[in-house]
Design a protein around this ligand. Structure first.
Ligand SMILES: [Zn+2]
Length: 376
């Protein structure tokens, strides 16, 4: 394993210790609260309560500190290894450029904290970093609503989410979102499987009131749900957890989309993708040093970074002739035979004259003007 990967591993383990420390601190707080209520009830017990409290509290803080040590060491080592591996280039002053972006970085951190539901931490961060109104307060209100609805979905209560979706029915429809129907469909199944002996009757009643509005668009799905009514015993007796996880994910995506935000925190995506890519960059830097070559291609990496599928957002197209990745100024073009080449390649094949040229992949020939740009 590479030094960076090893240190990163240690850092991740340190993260587990952080959760332990938080638990320790929570326990200390509980002890303090308990002591306070004891003293409030019986002031004469003050001395003895405090005497009993002291050793336990000390041990609690000690445990929290011990757990944090590993994390501090991990963070220090990882930072040092990164500094050593990726030497700062003072001429280009990359880090200087980053400092100028500090307000943007602060905003990204604040947004991330809000999106994760850490409202108090976001507030403290904004105060300590001296951020004045960088994230509109209306967004915080929205995120609070998002979290309260997510919480109710985790408790398997659908009503708040359904009300939210009903209010925004038109906006969701404009996005071709099926959220509202999915919520009703899940509510139908909740009645059916968890409604006791009256379950099927409740589900049928619900479908008459709510699913009927969707029959034009989701006829097949509704027919399937009606089938559940008939074969309830044979199919399943309860909803599995994955249905709930899926609806929370769908709800989050749609909620964020209406705010014109991505469902995942950009800061989380960027740092995670960066951490995954780091060993590859490190290897690349070592090879470039060994072969004494430079990285010359612009806006393009000379190596592929293996990212998980959910981190892939844009399809890319590499021209099969020039082996170049297509760009806005050199887009992929489909020629009449159906083969796709980069625009520059088509022009080169036609020798820049607009004359007929033969497709490199089949016998067909065509004119450059008949090539159509395609959008991936
Ligand atoms: Zn062809």
């Amino acid at each position: 394993m590479d030094a960076i990967e090893k240190d990163l591993d240690k850092l991740v383990n340190g993260g587990a210790n952080l959760s332990k420390s938080i638990k320790d601190i929570d326990r200390c707080l509980e002890m303090l609260m308990a002591a306070r209520s004891t003293i409030e009830k019986d002031p004469s017990a003050t001395t003895s309560t405090l005497q009993n409290l002291e050793p336990e509290l000390k041990a609690g803080f000690q445990a929290a500190n011990d757990n944090l040590k590993g994390l501090y060491t991990g963070m220090g080592k990882y930072g040092k290894t990164l500094d050593k591996k990726f030497k700062r280039n003072d001429n280009e002053n990359t880090f200087g450029a980053l400092t100028n972006q500090q307000p943007l970085i602060n905003r990204a951190i604040q947004m991330h904290l809000l999106r994760e539901g850490n409202f108090e931490i976001a507030d403290t961060f904004a105060k300590e970093a001296g951020i004045v109104e960088s994230v509109p307060s209306v967004l915080e209100v929205e995120f609070r609503e998002l979290f309260s609805i997510q919480e109710s979905l985790r408790r398997k209560e659908l009503q708040p989410a359904i009300e939210w979706a009903q209010k925004r029915s038109a906006q969701l429809e404009a996005r071709a979102s099926n959220l509202e129907f999915q919520l009703h469909s899940l509510q139908f199944q909740v009645f059916l499987y968890s409604g006791g002996p009256d379950g099927p009757a409740k589900a049928l009643e619900y479908s008459k009131n709510f699913l009927v509005n969707f029959q034009n668009k989701y006829f097949q799905e509704i027919a399937q749900l009606a089938g559940y009514l008939l074969w309830r015993e044979k199919l399943q007796t309860s909803l599995d957890d994955s249905s709930w996880r899926d609806i929370i994910d769908l709800f989050t995506t749609e909620f964020c989309a209406l705010l014109r935000l991505s469902a995942e925190s950009p800061l989380y995506v960027a740092t995670t993708a960066g951490a995954i890519a780091l060993p590859t960059f490190n290897k690349m830097a070592a090879i470039m040093k060994l072969k004494k070559t430079e990285w010359t291609s612009q806006n393009e990496l000379p190596v592929e970074v293996p990212l998980p599928d959910k981190f892939k957002y844009h399809s890319i197209f590499v021209c099969p002739v020039s082996k170049e990745q297509t760009t806005d100024s050199n887009p992929p073009m489909m020629i009449p035979c159906g083969h796709v080449l980069a625009k520059d390649t088509v022009q080169k094949l036609a020798r820049g004259t607009g004359s007929r040229y033969k497709c490199p992949y089949c016998p067909a020939d065509s004119l450059p003007k008949d090539a159509r740009e395609i959008y991936l």
